[in-house]
Design a protein around this ligand. Sequence first.
Ligand code: PEP
Ligand code: MN
Length: 337
Amino acid sequence: MIIMKKGASQEEIDTVIKKIKKFGFQEQINQGEDRTLIGIVGKTRKISTDIFTILPGVERVFRILKEYKLTSREFHPQSTIIEIDKVKIGGKKVVIMAGPCAVESRKQILDTAIAVKQAGASILRGGAFKPRTSPYSFRGLGKEGLELLKEARQKTGLLVVTEVMSAEEVEMVSEVADILQVGARNMYNYHLLERLGKVEKPVLLKRHFQATISEFLNSAEYILSEGNKEVILCERGIRTFDSEFTRNTLDLTSIPVLKKETHLPIIVDPSHGTGRAEYVIPMSKAAIAAGADGLIIEVHPNPAEALSDGPQSLTPEQFSEGVEELKPFIKTAGREL
Ligand code: PEP
Ligand code: MN
């Protein structure tokens, strides 16, 4: 990691980059408020930091000893804000993503999209490709689901976040999605992560239900190290010993920990985190209090008939009332909706 002096010239920066390339490494530049930070990616242990310390315009050179580097706050002290059209994720505004677990029909997705937009959501969620525990469960409408999401996007102006399950499907899903979702089960799918590192689209990376925070950050590093800087982390609950009352244990401690460790925005999924509709809004309040940058909430026009995740889905009315309930919490947290 090279920290350039305040006011270092472009020529000095270029000289550093040239040297990095000469050794066969890659540079990652982070333009800070008053100085340029240059990360060197590769097996840098074989060279001495002095090689760079002596160059003009260089203030300091040090090694980031953690496994994840580009993901770390050491590399990127200021929080990353991801801007998609007019929506900013990671800024002052709390971003709400909402919609059904899966796209089931034209009417279902359009009705839900209109309702969640009216209630204050800026991003529509909905799976077209669903990773299900049983191969006999509803696994999504596939391509047809993507087409329906596209229509919902056109009709409402909402951005779309939807899951991509394999590296081969990245291109197809990218045609519709504004944000590519990596499901919890795929957090360890390093081929998929590497592929997503090469696209110019933000990625919503969900934490695997058995993943340590460090493994989660390393998965983000797989994407960043391939060049894609737009990763949004999503805490969606982990498996502990109680599955009688809740589906997962929503690890809210991970939020301040991640805020400290990384510059990437963090959103919380209280739907999968709890598995029960009645706990979604209470845990949303807690997530905002803990510093989350946004929420992703499952909403279905008729949860009792939902083809997946009905018990944790809010009706559009419950969602709308829930967002109203969240407003004072958002304000108290020093944030806006
Ligand atoms: C989902 O968002 O519907 C989903 C399948 O979530 P997860 O990957 O977190 O289980
Ligand atoms: Mn779901």
